[in-house]
Design a protein around this ligand. Structure first.
Ligand code: 13P
Length: 256
């Protein structure tokens, strides 16, 4: 099975949660539970937690990510952080194009593409988020929306660079709502994304790309989702904030 070619990636997206002191406590709890995970384990923390996260996870198998980066190297962009700044902090991953950024911070496919390019050029691995809104699913245009996002967001990204890109399929209606996509709904779209990647980069490249599901993933539903052929991990919000839940997700990915 092609699934065996890909190492699952379980990534926590802490969103705007946890002070540095709270991060220290949670990371202290996560280190022992992540020790035996055979999946890639990532925590994407707020900027203010990056230094403590990088320091505490040094020498462990937990990787650290940020939740956004700007596309310019430096300059008059008040409140922004560049990809290079992240890289020099010791960060390995960055989430780009999360639906909350698209929804609340006017992020567009153009800026998502620019940020993706900048992150890859700085040597970061990108978790690129795509996904439809409820109205789009109800209108039957899920595939159109997801294809447009995937193609636009990956403009000028080479096949070689795709080794450092993870796609996270996050249906907007499933985020933070407790309404998880069914295993079949999630698999259908993840398989579709892989087909879009195959069209653009060829099958060999597409088969190597990790595609995550995100949206109310929790210890109860993770095993079913992660068993699907085209779902190679999860991008997890709420359940990544509790060590016990995150541990269960790591073991679902490890045993799956
Ligand atoms: P929840 O797991 O809280 O639904 O959030 C998903 C998400 O947005 C991860 O990026």
């Amino acid at each position: 099975m092609n699934k065996n070619l890909r190492k699952p990636v379980i990534a926590g997206n802490w969103k705007m949660n946890k002070t540095a002191a709270e991060a220290e406590t949670l990371i202290g709890e996560l280190i022992p539970v992540a020790k035996d995970a055979t999946c890639e384990t990532v925590i994407c923390v707020p900027y203010t937690d990056l230094a403590v996260a990088v320091k505490l996870t040094a020498g462990t198998n937990i990787k650290v990510g940020a939740q956004n980066c700007h596309f310019k190297k430096s300059g008059a962009f008040t409140g922004e952080i560049s990809a290079e700044m992240l890289k020099t902090t010791g960060v390995e991953y960055v989430i780009i194009g999360h639906s909350e950024r698209r929804q609340y911070f006017a992020e567009t496919d153009l800026t998502v593409n620019r940020r993706t390019k900048a992150a890859l050029e700085a040597g970061l691995k990108v978790i690129l988020c795509v996904g439809e809104m409820l109205s789009e699913r109800e209108d039957g245009i899920t595939e159109t929306v997801v294809k447009l996002q995937t193609i636009a967001d990956l403009t000028d990204i080479t096949a070689e660079q795709m080794k450092n890109v993870i796609i996270a399929y996050e249906p907007v209606w499933a985020i933070g709502t407790g309404k998880v996509a069914t295993d079949e709904q999630a698999e259908e779209v993840c398989a579709f994304i892989r087909a879009v990647l195959a069209e653009k980069y060829g099958k060999a490249v597409a088969d190597g790309v990790v595609i995550q599901y995100g949206g109310s993933m929790n210890p109860k539903n993770a095993a079913g989702l992660l068993a699907k052929e085209n779902i190679d991990g999860g991008l997890i919000g709420g359940a990544s904030l509790k060590a016990e839940d995150f541990a269960a997700l790591l073991s679902a990915a490890t045993n799956g």
